[in-house]
Design a binder for this molecule. Sequence first.
Ligand code: KIV
Length: 306
Amino acid sequence: MSLTHFPSGGASSSATSATKITMPALAEMKRQGKLISALTAYDYATSRLVDEAGIDLILVGDSLAMVVMGHDNTLAVTVDEMLHHTRAVRRAVHRALVVADMPFGSYHGAIEDAVSNAVRFVKEAGAEAVKIEGPRVELVRALTQAEIPVVAHLGLTPQSVHRMGGYRVQGKTRETIAQLLADARELEEAGAGAIVLEGVPREVAAAITAELTIPTIGIGAGPDCDGQILVFHDLLNLTFAPAAKFVRRYGDAASLVRVAVERYREDVEHRNFPSDEESYHLPAQARDALKVRAETASHRRTARPA
Ligand code: KIV
């Protein structure tokens, strides 16, 4: 068993004492012209770091199907798997708004079933909002009535990968731009607290952002949104794939991990780890007694006739 542990409640950074971000606080940030920082996270350690770094919104994204579980797309992840990760994130986060992504299939049938699934994210995992993809206006209304804040998601919606025929920038024609604007307005009217705009031209995202009173959070949607979100593993080069055009790598965790793990392996192979200082020791008396016993045993072994 490892002696490594995460002391609960020990987060020491200013993030823990800073004002808690709520869904209404996001709208207030838009009103005040303060940009919203958002990032995905999927486990205790990384969400704690993300929260302590002062990120406003943490999304337990269904992108975990790809970056954590190794699937080719986001479709396979289940409600139970998303709940498992959301709980881990919840335990770590004190300041940021925790939003759980509802996975493919969990909100595509009857509205009552979708609301029941969303309730699980709030009740069983401590999510403060759920995110759903597409212009599901009636569902947003039902969730809002059920006191569940909603982040909507328009543009390139990864759960529609098969319908879209791949991951393609959306909103490039007059008709599709008009549709996106209309969808965004309706989602706001139905009660959505924010809208993720993914994979749309900068100009379209800017127009939607100007039109709405709720914040837009962009990913591959240019700099004019009210906030930005990236996938944690993209930000830190942990995806084993070339970065998309909109990704900026802020660190190289892959190199950091590779170098550290190789050094550890070499140290083990050369008996350079652990050192004497990294070992537990007996008190002097017990050590001496053990030495006497070992010497006696070795003496008996050598004195034994062949
Ligand atoms: O699942 C996810 O990571 C997302 C973001 C890309 C917005 O939906």
